[in-house]
Design a protein around this ligand. Structure first.
Ligand code: SDX
Length: 428
């Protein structure tokens, strides 16, 4: 017999179905609430509200667990490649050798972007933030591939749009960077793997040989895996809501990029490094900044700390912290900002304010230190997050479409003026 919840309201007992997920998470299905009671629920920021059922990513914020399609983030980060993980997220299973090779070839085949995108880039001032450029370039794909506009076309055409986007995102990201620094764009080198190709497009300059450092390529591949999906976070929820109106994949992902840009979300990795640099410039006094973070009258927040779901360590932060040590050691880099980050973490983890609120380092706290070590400029940090999150956004958009979910349209509680007659301007 299926579980029920009872709601006693206005002298009536309303029975509501209880949903149990595959990891025994419980939810009260309120889809019939308004029809049976006239009431809606209210939950600003959706802290207690599930928007969907999904089989893609499971996370347990209390235990610090993160799994993609049942595989632990720790195993995937250590044993898989980003391209394998992108296939797993989008199609539901890890590919066998033949499927992976065929997928790799398809992605490689689509890495080039239309030459006219250079004209779009030239329209942006050189100091344009790469996230705004990237969102625009992804949206511009609707112009170069008009058949992508209708997501209700054949599954094969939707799949082609998916593979084009996975393939072209690194090229568009690298071209956005080259545009920002006024360098000529590099074309994809299809002899290289996904991350090596991106690094070469980012850093190769005319008349100089560019050799990809495997330490850097491997570190980048691991970082992209760690960012690949994270269930119904702000930007993924945005992709799903935009896609629920039957807007195209490219329009939905362009919206997700914009949502990720915010400093409370994906923009935090850039904000963390800017914060650490400011602390360093101010003498490196972590206690001073801890006090600011706890002061309600001070707008300063300890960026890279806290999380809506994780009330334990973000498992990704643990992996990235270790990777930061490894990469900096292998590259022979001593970054004083890493020591400041570790100092902040040590103080915060003992401080009652942070302990009571269960504020731990999140995925953004250490990632910027690795990006910096491998030569990625701060302005591109959130673009790197978008590059990693792309297969997750696509997988979630695809699941929402395949489940034929209704258009996302929340209700509200109105608190404005009651009805009043119009006053002519002379009588106001
Ligand atoms: C990502 O959702 C995802 O999955 C996101 C993400 C993903 O992979 O997609 O994991 C990626 O976005 C990670 C988060 C990156 N953002 C930051 O690092 C920015 C700093 N963190 C915060 O702004 C905050 O912790 C959020 C936005 C991440 C979460 O905010 P919530 O859940 O709305 O919590 P809240 O703002 O209500 O904070 C609860 C309490 C408050 O204190 P009180 O009012 O109860 O006294 O904790 C305090 C907050 O003031 N607090 C902080 C803090 N974060 C929360 N105080 C100081 N520094 C902080 N960083």
């Amino acid at each position: 017999m299926s579980e029920k919840a009872e709601l006693k309201i206005d002298g009536k007992i309303i029975e509501l179905p209880v949903i149990t997920g595959s990891e025994n998470e419980k939810a009260i299905d309120i889809s019939a609430l308004r029809a049976s009671s006239g009431y809606i629920t209210l939950d600003p920021g959706f802290k207690n509200t599930g928007s969907t059922s999904s089989g893609i990513t499971f996370l347990d914020g209390e235990k610090g667990i993160l799994r993609y399609r049942g595989y632990s983030i720790e195993e995937l980060a250590e044993k898989a490649t980003f391209l394998e993980v992108s296939y797993l997220l989008i199609y539901g299973e890890l590919p066998n050798k033949a499927t992976l090779e065929s997928y790799r070839k398809e992605i490689t085949h689509h890495t080039l972007i239309h030459e006219d995108i250079k004209n779009i880039l030239e329209g942006f001032p050189s100091n344009s933030h790469p996230m705004g450029v990237l969102s625009s370039l992804v949206s511009s794909l609707t112009a170069f591939y008009p058949e992508s506009l209708d997501p209700n076309r054949s599954a094969a055409e939707v799949d082609l749009s998916i593979k084009r986007l996975i393939a072209k995102m690194p090229t568009m990201a690298a071209w956005a960077y080259k545009n920002e620094i006024g360098h000529p764009a590099n074309y994809p080198d299809n002899k290289l793997d996904y991350c090596s190709n991106f690094l070469k497009m980012m850093f190769a300059v005319p008349s100089e040989e560019y050799e990809v450092d495997p330490v850097i390529a491997n570190a980048l591949d691991k970082l992209l895996i760690l960012h690949a999906d994270h269930e119904q976070n702000c930007s993924t929820a945005t992709v799903r809501v935009v896609g629920s109106s039957h807007a195209s994949l490219y329009a939905s992902i362009a919206a997700g990029i914009s949502a990720l840009w915010g400093p409370l979300h994906g923009g935090a990795n850039q904000a963390v490094i800017e914060m650490l640099e400011a602390i360093k410039a101010d003498g490196g006094d972590v206690n001073k900044y801890m006090a600011k973070a706890k002061d309600k009258n001070d707008p300063f927040r300890l960026m890279g700390f806290g999380h809506r779901v994780y009330k334990n360590f973000d498992p990704r932060a643990k992996i990235i912290k270790k990777a930061a040590d490894d990469v900096l050691e292998k590259l022979g880099i001593n970054d004083p900002v890493l020591e400041i980050a570790k100092g902040l973490e040590e103080v915060a983890l003992k401080d009652p304010y942070f302990v009571e609120r269960k504020l731990y380092p999140n995925v953004d706290f250490y990632s910027g230190i690795i990006y910096r070590a491998i030569g990625i400029p701060t302005s591109m940090f959130t673009v790197m997050f978008a590059l990693g999150r792309l297969p997750g956004w696509i997988a979630q958009w695809k699941e929402m479409r395949e489940n034929k979910e209704p258009i996302g349209r929340p209700r509200q509680v109105y608190t404005g003026n009651n009805h009043r007659p119009f006053q002519e301007v002379d009588n106001r």
